[in-house]
Design a protein around this ligand. Structure first.
Ligand code: SAH
Ligand code: SF4
Length: 419
């Protein structure tokens, strides 16, 4: 989920905060007005036309709205001083600027923050008539950068056997607004808009932005929600708004081969591929999607990824499972397999969850494996698990609509403390 980050003394000493639910689900009232969050410039132009704004003014008005919504992060129309009073009132009568509601926040001992977000817009769109859905979004601060791990679906239709999200039954695609909304809700919470106030109780990077990087590595398979992910990332990367460049956005896929070339061509972000095994037989078991798109096809799509170069490498993720995929022979096979592809290799210690059938490889074995990869010329960072105490690490996310019982949580904490 994140690059390794050194633990500072301050991080170690901070106690994990409690899980505080802000609005109980029973008292939740679905919003009736739609939110403008997630609309593109073209969408905003259409909307202004529907509101009767004369064509000659639309371009300028869209520029102004864009600035207030995505650059300044405003949550209400009445303070948008460059818009006429009439337009502000008209917008407020029909729309909101709501983002997903933060219903709970946990801060890990290492500074990682996990938010439980309730999706707005349940009065319209894909959530119509359903209980409000909840998703998780994780912020991983470091001394130099802050990475936001964003979800693309509620749950996941794929069932990778080592992943907690894959066990969740409830699944729907998020809209572009719900994806952009996660970034905006996180920036609200971190005071990461111009003139904002940073939280006093957390670790933030030293630069002028709290969120510098985005990883599409939360819940869900982003390439099974391609259009919404593409549209959302175009908004997040727009230089006149949130402005997180595509070089700082990484999309992780379990290997949806037909959409890999499209990712390069239509999104243009960095790509991460969850490989996890070097043989089809084992990958079929760990990542069942491999039966549909086997390793050879996946690697061919990687070789021809648009924009691939030594400066823009693909990250191959490899979860370290004790006695399953962590032998030295497999390390050697891994480097042979990736030969010729500009690649980085990320070894991820397995994060256990209650009921998981695997164990994390021993540290010694991870180091040996990593040495083989390093000797073959790859920087092979081992991802330091972040936020394990609050279930925020890779593969531990599962929305509270299927909340873990207190006992499960305790069991999980106990497991993750044993390193
Ligand atoms: N669906 C996408 C993105 C979300 S998962 C994908 O599979 O790539 C983000 C990363 O976390 C993936 O590399 C995934 O394989 C890894 N992961 C899932 N469960 C994990 C676990 N329990 N421990 C460590 N990494 C895990
Ligand atoms: Fe889905 Fe990714 Fe988890 Fe597999 S690892 S079940 S693709 S979220």
């Amino acid at each position: 989920m994140a690059e390794p980050a050194p633990m500072t003394a301050a991080m170690e000493m901070k106690p994990a905060s409690a899980f505080v639910e802000k609005t109980p689900l029973e008292r939740y009232v679905a919003p009736v007005k739609p939110s403008l969050v997630g609309l593109s410039r073209a969408d905003l132009t259409d909307l202004l036309a529907r509101l009767g704004v004369p064509q000659a003014q639309r371009k300028m008005r869209v520029q102004q709205l864009w600035h207030w919504i995505y650059f300044r992060g405003f949550t209400a129309f009445d303070a948008m001083s460059s818009l006429s009073k009439e337009l502000r009132a008209l917008l407020a009568a029909h729309y909101t600027l709501e983002r997903p509601e933060v219903v709970a926040e946990q801060v890990s001992v290492d500074g990682t923050r996990k938010w439980l977000l309730r999706l707005p817009g349940e009065a319209q769109g894909p959530g119509l008539g359903e209980r409000p859905h909840e998703i998780e979004c994780v912020y991983i601060p470091d001394s130099e950068r802050g990475t936001l791990c964003v979800s693309s679906q509620v749950g996941c239709t794929l069932n990778c056997t080592f992943c907690h999200t894959g066990t969740q039954r409830l699944v729907r695609n998020l809209t572009a607004g719900e994806i952009v909304g996660q970034v905006m809700a996180a920036r609200d919470r971190l005071g990461d808009w111009p003139g904002g106030v940073r939280p006093h109780d957390g670790v933030v990077p030293s630069g002028d932005r709290c969120i510098t990087n985005i990883v599409m590595m939360g819940m869900g398979e982003p390439l099974y929600n391609f259009d919404a992910v593409r549209d959302a990332l175009a908004i997040v990367a727009d230089g006149e708004g949130i402005a997180i460049s595509k070089r700082r956005i990484t999309l992780s896929t379990s290997g949806v081969v037909p959409n890999i070339a499209r990712t390069g061509a239509e999104i243009g972000c960095m790509l991460a591929v969850s490989l996890h095994a070097v043989r089809d037989e084992l990958r079929n078991e760990l990542v069942p999607l491999n039966r549909k798109y086997p390793i050879a096809d996946l690697l061919e799509a990687c070789r021809t990824y648009p924009g691939l170069s030594n400066a823009k490498r693909i990250t191959f993720e490899y979860v370290m499972l004790k006695g399953v995929n962590d032998s030295i022979d497999e390390a050697k096979a891994l480097v042979r397999l990736l030969k010729g592809i500009p690649a980085k290799i990320n070894l991820i210690p397995f994060n256990p969850w209650p009921g998981s059938r695997y164990e994390c490889s021993d540290w010694e074995q991870i180091e040996k494996f990593s040495q083989v990869v390093f000797d073959a010329g790859y920087a092979s960072p081992v991802r330091t698990p972040r936020g394990r105490d609050i279930l925020a690490a890779c593969g531990q996310l599962k929305s509270a609509t299927e909340k873990l019982s207190a006992r499960e949580r305790m069991a999980l904490r106990a497991m993750s403390m044993v390193e």
